[in-house]
Each structure stands twice: as C-alpha cells, then as structure tokens.
Design a protein around this ligand. Sequence first.
Ligand SMILES: [Zn+2]
Length: 168
Amino acid sequence: MIKILDASSFIHGYNPSVEDGEHYTTYGIIKEVKTKKEVVELAIEYGKLRIREPKTETVEKVKKMSIKTGDTLSKNDMDILALAMDLNGILYTDDYGLQNVAKRLNVKVKCIVSEGIKERFTWKLVCKGCKKMYDIDYFDEVCEICGSPLERKMVKNRYKNKKKRCKK
Ligand SMILES: [Zn+2]
C-alpha cells in the first residue's frame, strides 16, 4: 500500500517506522514538520519514508481544483496532494481543505486523528487578542468579546470526543 503523508500525519503521531506500507512525502513537508523531526529522520534512515516531488502538471490540476472548491491550499498542500495523484496512493492528512480537494480529485484520504493513533488533537478557533477558544464551526470570523480575528489552531483534546472528524 502506498501512503502519502502530509505534515499533520507526523504532527498527530503517525510514525512510518512502525507502520506497514510504502510512505512518501515531499521536501516541503519535511521542512514543515518541526516537532517530530526525529521521527521523520529515523523513518528516512530506515528506508520507511521516501522523498519525492510531484509532477508540475499534476500540481497545476490540484491548483485549478482548489480554486474551484474555494479551499485555500498552501504550496506544500498542493504538492503533497499532487504526489498522491502521481503515485496513486492514499493521502494521510487531517487538513479539511486538503481532504475536500482530494475528494474532488478522486484521491483516497485517511485521517490520523479519527484513527485514534496515540495522541488526540482537535481543531479550535482561537482569538488572536484575548485567546478565547471557539468551536471550529463557529459562525463568525471575529471574537465576540474583543473583536479580534480568530485563528485555526490544533489543541489537545481534553474531553473524550468520539466525533469522527474525517470528511467523507
Ligand atoms: Zn477575543
């Protein structure tokens, strides 16, 4: 099985060294993963993680689709999705936007968080000003208390939330 890993898979505790299958990622993603550097480096050393870059024309396809769906994807997001298309693999990501565009391009997606691998995290909206936390589906883009913009942040899940977060 070919598995394409984006930054959120590593950050959410996926360790290619102990998992089955062939794992691929891009240079951009490796650079993005700061907190799990040792996991990434070991996996590369063991030959359990390989670095590939996508074809330019595939990246273009991804870009066009993301414009169509209205999802804001970073360069790394587009590259990793394009790589999943090039290698005909399953994309491992917890990013909503990426999942959405992948679905439209018929790329199979797996979530790490909903699989319950070790650590559990959840997305929240956090106020840039007073740090008040809101649920990810909060209706407004600004804080109800101080009016500052809300930022998407990953936080440790303190409540045992059984809700599946993977878009299907
Ligand atoms: Zn606030």
